[in-house]
Design a protein around this ligand. Structure first.
Ligand code: FSO
Ligand code: SF4
Length: 554
């Protein structure tokens, strides 16, 4: 057992996202704006989730029932600690206390003594919690366990944060899968098992990726079951006169509630960032005051929201610390929270009253005039894309379509991400580009033309819709009677935060090889772990566009 007083002497340590300082770790202050106190509370909260997982798993092994809400609570805890989600110390403090109560009840019922991390009792005061958080430093135990185990364990923990985000979004829409909840708690418990070997951890990560596929499928069922299958939809990216609210993040239910509550009130709604694909859903696009999409990807928000004459609702990541010029008009909901922004709470049915957001929008000037509309296309989820499966298969057989590129993943601020724009614009005319997540903002306003009667750029949706791309690839493999790796398909992925980590694990668990990943490889992967990925999956960092393109079209 690792001593709990092995505090490491940095103010904080976090290397869970791509923009971590020097490609190594944030030790003084997060590039994202996370300060050492928030980091400490988050580390402690993650430990609380591990403890919950530990005792819940023992109860499950004893054949006892666990509360149906436990999985959702564990998802919410882990999602809260994902990059660019929650910067509010008070919320983290309260969650630690709530987790302590739940953990104690589980421990009592299970009647077992767990490892020190699980047995640990969190103190009541925020100051003591901040102090104690350092005991659960990410790197604690590295001397005992070795860097490869720590690397694989953190890979699993970050994967679980992504899994949690998907589980949370499905649960918000009333979709729950008991087996997925139990598996999640079981993985949390495993992170406290110090007897596991490198080989065990490789298998655990593959299992986690596979189980996450089920959660992504559940989320797809939740989104399409609630709002219909997305259909190809043109979205205006220019301004419309009048008061407005910009809605960002991934939570479709928040958008739906806001659309209902603003109907007929003279307030226009714009999607922002990852909310863009919402325009494709029949039950959302039917609102005429859903007028368009505002701005680009998450990392441009401080510039784009500066003095914005409208209100902003952040439903999930990626939130950046707001500038003073707009923090009075920025609101949060769900797990996302900022100290100086009003948070809209849900009632016990999940309903939210967005009146403060609407009133703020009406009190601001809004856009003074209409701009000439300019449109981009979204809505090519698996249903819409596969409705053209016959034509696509024929076009591949005839040679009209030579290759598919999935250019998916997150955007970010670092230089080097121009690669993705250059790659997309270098794809030959007889190829199709599938996009996913916010990385597409690098090039989704460009005209790629058509191929075989289809647009060359097909947007499959948010990062939450990665299931769509997997389903399309699976259907094509079936049509050609081959494996996914034998398809004329290349995956050029960009990562930033932990949802991308779990998507990667899911792809690897499906045996997908030859993925190109950038803009840099995760800092938490040790050299040996990278070697395992290269040897087994031929995963490679992006290099230069010309060489990579040549290899893909090989
Ligand atoms: Fe982007 Fe942010 Fe969707 Fe991520 S908005 S980076 S993978 O949090 O969530 O794609
Ligand atoms: Fe640094 Fe990323 Fe962690 Fe923020 S989330 S502290 S930027 S590694």
């Amino acid at each position: 057992m690792i001593e709990l007083n092995t505090t490491i002497s940095t103010d904080m340590f976090c290397y869970q996202c791509e923009q971590t300082v020097g490609g190594k770790g944030c030790t003084k202050m997060g590039v994202c704006g996370k300060n050492p106190e928030v980091a400490s509370l988050q580390d402690l909260l993650v430990n609380q989730a591990k403890g919950l997982g530990y005792y819940a798993t023992r109860l499950i092994e004893q054949g006892k029932e666990i509360d149906a809400t436990l999985g959702r609570f564990a998802y919410d805890i882990m999602f809260t600690t994902l990059t660019n989600v929650n910067f509010d110390k008070e919320t983290l403090h309260k969650l630690i206390i709530k987790a302590q109560t739940v953990k104690e009840a589980l421990r009592k019922e299970a009647g077992v003594t767990g490892p020190a991390e699980a047995e640990y009792d969190a103190p009541a005061s925020i100051e003591d919690q901040i102090r104690d958080g350092k005991k659960f430093h990410v790197l604690s135990g590295r001397d005992v366990l070795g860097e490869d185990i720590i690397s694989l364990r953190e890979l699993a923990i970050y994967g679980l944060k992504g899994y949690a985000a998907y589980g949370h979004h499905a649960a918000v829409l009333g979709y729950r899968d008991e087996a997925s909840d139990k598996a999640f708690l079981g993985f949390l418990a495993k992170t406290l098992d110090q007897s596991l070997t490198v080989g065990d951890w490789v298998n655990i990560n593959m299992d986690l990726g596979q189980k996450n596929l089920r959660v992504m499928e559940l989320l797809d069922a939740a989104n399409t079951g609630s709002y219909g299958n997305p259909v190809p939809t043109k979205v205006n990216i220019n301004r419309v006169k009048g008061p407005f609210i910009v809605v960002s993040g991934h939570d479709l239910r928040d958008l739906k509630m806001l659309l209902e509550q603003t109907d007929g009130k003279g307030v226009n709604i714009y999607t922002h960032g990852e909310m863009l694909p919402a325009h494709g859903y029949p039950e959302l696009k039917k609102y005429s005051h859903l007028v368009g999409n505002y701005g680009g990807a998450w990392q441009d928000q401080q510039k784009e929201f500066d003095n914005l004459p409208g209100a902003i609702l952040m439903t999930t990541n990626c939130i950046q610390i707001p500038r003073a010029s707009y923090e009075d008009r920025m609101f949060t909901s769900g797990v996302v929270q900022m100290p100086n922004c009003l948070h809209i709470l849900a009632d016990e049915t999940g309903h939210k009253d967005f009146t403060p957001v609407i009133e703020k929008a009406l009190s601001l000037a809004g856009f003074p005039e209409d701009e000439k509309p300019r449109e981009i296309l979204t809505g090519f989820g698996h249903n819409a894309t596969l409705s053209h499966a016959g034509e696509i298969v024929e076009a591949v057989k005839s040679g009209a379509i030579r290759h598919f590129f999935l250019i998916g993943g997150c955007d970010g601020a670092k230089s080097g991400r121009n690669y993705y724009t250059d790659f997309a614009t270098s794809t030959p005319q007889d190829t199709v580009i599938l996009t996913l997540a916010c990385g597409k903002y690098r090039f989704n306003k460009l005209d790629f033309g058509t191929v075989a009667g289809l647009p060359r750029l097909l947007d499959c949706g948010q990062c939450n819709d990665a299931y769509s791309a997997i389903k399309v690839a699976g259907a094509l493999a079936e049509a050609f009677n081959c494996g996914i790796n034998d398809l004329p398909l290349s995956m050029i992925l960009s990562w930033y935060e932990q949802k991308a980590v779990v998507i990667l694990l899911t792809l690897l668990s499906l045996g997908v090889k030859n993925i190109k990943l950038g803009p840099s490889l995760p800092a938490f992967l040790s050299p040996n772990v990278i070697n395992v990925l290269v040897d087994n999956f031929n995963i490679a960092p992006i290099s230069n566009v010309e060489a990579d393109m040549k290899e893909c079209l090989g």
